[in-house]
Design a protein around this ligand. Sequence first.
Ligand code: ATP
Length: 441
Amino acid sequence: MKTDIEKIISLCKRRGIVFPSSEIYGGFASCYDFGPLGVELKNNIKRAWRDEMTKFHENIVGLDAGILMSPKIWKASGHLTAGFADELVECKKCHKRFKKDELKSQKCPECNGELTKSRKFNLMLKTFVGSVESEATATYLRPETCQGIYVNFLNVLNSARMKIPFGVAQVGKAFRNEITTKNFIFRLLEFEQMEMQWFCESKTSDKWFKYWKNERLKWYYDLGIEKENLRIIEVPEKERAHYAKKQIDIEYKFPFGWKEIEGVHNRGDYDLSNHMKHSGEDLRYYDEQSKKKYIPHIIETSAGVERILLAFLCEAYTEIKGGRTKTTKAKKEEEIVLKLNRRLAPVKAAILPLVKNKPELTKKAKQVYELLKPHFACQYDELGSIGRRYRRQDEIGTPLCLTIDFESLENNDLTIRFRDTMKQERVKIDELTETVRNKLV
Ligand code: ATP
C-alpha cells in the first residue's frame, strides 16, 4: 500500500477535512467532526451516490425518514434481540469492554486485570423521549437507516405509484455503540449510511442481487478506485447479518488491511413479513398481471459515507518525494497531490493572481472569481508565492488552478494549470465558464 494512515490523518487535520471530536476537552472516542473541506467532500460523495441511484435509475425514489422511530420497529426488525450484538468481555478491575474475537490473551490489555466471561452487548444507543426516564419512554437511535424505508413501504408505493421492481434510496445518520476505536474514521459511533432497498419478486432476487453487486462496483471504479484495491467477499452463513439470506461485502485495501466499505444483502422477505406480523398491516404487493398478492423480496445496497470517504482519500493520496516543481527550494520538500476524481474534489477551481501586491491583477482575479462562483465550487487565494499556492491546492485535490498574470490584463485571458499533469494552457476569459465546465467532465 502506498501510504500509512497517520499521513492521511495529518492531512485531514491540517487542511480542515476531519477533526477529532471535542478536542479541547481531550477528545471523545470514535467520534469525529468534518471541517470545511470535509463537508464538501462528504456532500460530493452523497451527491454522486444519489445521482447514481435516483437520476440514472428512473424506478428508484428518495426518502428521508427520521432517526427516532417507534421502539416497536426495533423489536420487529430483530435488533432488540441477540441478532444485533457484539460478543464482549469486561475487565473486572478497570471495567473496560473488549471484543472477544479481537483479544490476544485472557487478561485485560489495558490493566492486565481478570476478564469476565463473554456476553452479548446490544449495539443500539438508547435514549428517552418525553420528560420521564423509564422503560416505557425508551427508544433507540437508529442503527441502520433502512427500517425507515420498510415502514414507509406502503406510503411510497401508493404516493409515487411505483410498480415492482422498484427501489427507495436514503442517506442519513445511523448510530452504533461500537467498542473498537482504532483506524481513524473507519468505525464510528455516529455515521452516515447510503442505503438503497430494491423491492422485487422472490424468483428474480438472485438476478437483481448480481445486478446490484456489479452496479455498485462500477460506481467505485467510475469515481477513481483502482480495480486491484477492491474485492468482493462472499459472507458465509454463520457470519451473515441476522436478516441476510445472502451477503457480499465490498472491501477496500486500506493501509490497515482489507476492510468492508459496503454490503449487498439479499434480505428475502424477512423485513416486510416481520413488520406485517408486528404492525398488523398488510404489506403485501398486489400484482395486477397475476391478480395475486405477495410479500416483495428485498435486495439492499448499504454503504457508509465516512468509510468510503476514507477509501477515496487513501486512493487519492499521492506523495512525491523531492517535489515535482522546478524551483530548488520546493525540490527539497516532499509534495502531496490528492488525486481525487473531479466530481468529488471539494474545490473545483482556484483563482490565483500571480502576485498579491498588484491591484490590477487582484481586481481582475476577483472578477474571474465572481464570474465562476455561481457555477463551480471556487476558492480565491492571493496569500504566499504562486508555487506554494499551487501546492496548497494540490494537497486538497483541486483539479484546476486559474492564474491571472500581466498578460491577462492585455489579452483578457489566463492560464489553466492541471493538478495531475501540471500542464498549463492559455484560455480566453470570455469563454471561461464553458471551458472550465468542459475541463471538469
Ligand atoms: P462491520 O462488520 O465493519 O461492523 P457491518 O457488517 O456491521 O460492518 P452493515 O451493517 O452491513 O455493516 O452496514 C453497512 C455499511 O455501513 C458498512 O459497510 C459500513 O460502510 C457502514 N458502517 C457500519 N457500521 C459502521 C460504523 N460503526 N462506522 C462507520 N461506518 C459503519
